[in-house]
Write a protein that binds this ligand. Structure first.
Ligand code: AMP
Length: 305
């Protein structure tokens, strides 16, 4: 079962307190599509400029990602520059150049319209709605968002949230959107806005998954070294969605979503070990399964009869 992934495809410049990388591959759709591709075929939707390096296109192709929906437009690729504090949960956007994104109007190729699983990665909710309008009878729709859209495009975001099965956002965004300090209350308030499920990411502290009747708290895989947290959220969403698609089911139980959260978190744990997509480039399915088994042992504290 394929996944349709839409989002930014970017050239990032990233500075941590220890190191800096200039002009490397980034963007929500880049991280999400590579992550999903470990579990299922991916149809990518996005836009790049004529300056987008061929080696990145080759990387997508090497993971079997369908690029029929990736437009190459005259102009420069979207660029993002960010800097992390010593606490890597804190980052500042130093510069953002929309470039070819400014006029992007995604039009799905005919062959994409029946994609059963949809990941609306982080871009304006207006574009996310526009993409979703073009998909015929999706089986499961996941949407990611960020603080920028909550403060600038809230009505379109609220429209979108009503239409999706799972909303993914981080803890501060959940608090910002619901005006609640408790994440449990924020999660419940988000469910009232329409999605069947909500995943609240807590960075290095893991993730909460909620539905109207169920609750799951997942830790993060404990890492000794984190080089660059950029893209962790997108990699989580891609791994989550790809895993669900790989199950090839008509509908998904809460238990399926719990495992999807674990796989998403494990993919994210690999992502942050290097800058850009460097670690994901060399990752194998065996590496993922090794960490899955380790995480299973680490997380178990009692056998439930
Ligand atoms: P994350 O660390 O998961 O929040 O995602 C980081 C990625 O999001 C970077 O690679 C950026 O290129 C991309 N990004 C940053 N700001 C935006 C934005 N306003 N719209 C879309 N993508 C963005």
């Amino acid at each position: 079962m394929s996944v349709l992934v839409v989002g930014s495809i970017a050239i990032d410049s990233v500075k941590t307190q220890l190191e800096e990388r200039l002009e490397v591959l980034g963007g929500a759709a880049s991280y999400a599509s590579i992550s999903a591709s470990f579990f299922s075929p991916v149809n990518l939707v996005g836009i790049v400029g004529t300056d987008f390096p061929k080696e990145y296109i080759e990387l997508f192709k090497s993971r079997g990602i369908n690029l029929d929906g990736m437009e190459v437009a005259d102009g420069r690729t979207f660029r993002w520059t960010g800097e992390y504090d010593w606490d890597m949960n804190q980052r500042k956007t130093l510069d953002l150049e929309l470039n070819v994104f400014e006029t992007f109007q995604p039009k799905l190729p005919a062959a994409y319209k029946q994609t059963p699983i949809v990941l609306l990665g982080n871009i304006s909710p207006v574009l996310q709605n526009h993409v979703l309008d073009q998909v015929e009878h999706p089986r499961f729709v996941v949407a990611d968002t960020m603080d920028l859209w909550i403060s600038t495009t809230k009505p379109a975001l609220l429209d979108l949230i009503k239409r999706v099965d799972l909303l993914v956002l981080n803890d501060s965004e959940a608090r910002q959107l619901t005006a609640e300090t408790s994440l449990v209350k924020a999660g419940r308030a988000l469910i009232q806005l329409g999605p069947k499920f909500v995943a609240i990411k807590k960075g290095e502290h893991g993730c909460l998954l909620l539905s109207h009747d169920h609750f799951f708290s997942c830790g993060a895989f404990p890492l000794e070294d984190i080089q660059d947290p950029t893209g962790a959220g997108d990699t989580f969403a891609g791994g989550f969605t790809g895993y669900l698609a790989g199950l090839e089911k008509e509908s998904f139980e809460f238990a399926d979503l719990k495992k999807a959260v674990v796989y998403g978190s494990l993919l994210a744990s690999y992502c942050v070990e290097s800058f850009s997509l460097d670690r994901l480039k060399t990752l194998t399915r065996d590496d993922i399964e090794d960490r899955y088994h380790l995480f299973r042992v680490m997380s178990q504290f009692e056998v439930i009869e």
